[in-house]
Design a protein around this ligand. Sequence first.
Ligand code: ZN
Length: 342
Amino acid sequence: MGTERIYPWQQHDWQRLQQLRERLPHAMLFHGVQGIGKVAFAERFAASLLCEQPLADGHACGACDSCGWFGQYAHPDYRRVRPDALETEATDDVEADDGGTKKSTKAPSKDIRIEQVRALAAFMNVSTHRAGQRVVLLYPAEALNSASANALLKTLEEPPPETIFLLVTDRIDRLLPTILSRCRKYPLTAPDLPDALAWLNAHGVTHAERWLAEFGGAPLAALEAAQGGDSAERDELLAFLASPHATAALVVAERLQKVALAQLVAWQQRWLYDLLSLKLSGRVRYFPHQQQALARLAARVTAERLQQAARDAESRRAVADHPLSARLFIEQMLIEYSHHFS
Ligand SMILES: [Zn+2]
């Protein structure tokens, strides 16, 4: 079990949740912005539902057999359903390090597949092993495609006994209304700025305010990025975006090859968001410490062109998982961007 049972900003959410224990719904949907610890929260709740001797505050004891199995993802009455891409992330990183030559043969699915939902039937058809609850944690719920969503819907319409579904999403707007109507919606709180900063500082993050701004106030996303190995590459990309020259694109693209393409596009998308926002409303959201560079650039380009650049980035993100060549992909991305300012 982790040292942090739940995050400091989730205390109130946790207490509220305890009131539901008497009459648990058979499906709950935890939702809120990205990077605030929703999955961790739902996992703590799952552990507490399966725990044989929960503590007075509702937390799992961390000491019983059930908690032991849970900690190793080996509890017979617990299933996690998530896209294959999340299961194989570690392998992906290794491949990406291999000179940037990503294997395109077996890209793991980013959807929750119908087979995964169907596989739950066998799990739910036997009585629970520990004569208690059975818990299914499914995330991110927006990864359900129409086939798997419909399969899940059938299950939610005829809920199996002693089973509780915990769904987690940061895109509640993408879920089918029929799924939403079958779940008890449970919003999770994002920390306020002082709490988020205190937590990041406690984790040794320098420039915590910058990271937090860039990740929209979401501390987990900020921590991951701050600790991520890509921060030199990120700075390199930002330097190019701040002072774009088509002639530098080839050199920069070469240095950025190790970074996941979707990540590069995401950085660029935030940058473009700030440029447009600065132009339209005078405000910067993600890169406040780059305000001067952003202002210089914004003065050199029309809002229409920035909107076009944002659309280009959007379509680029859609193909970022299957590029023919990572290097070409990055070169084109940088050159196209620089043309908006020439
Ligand atoms: Zn326990």
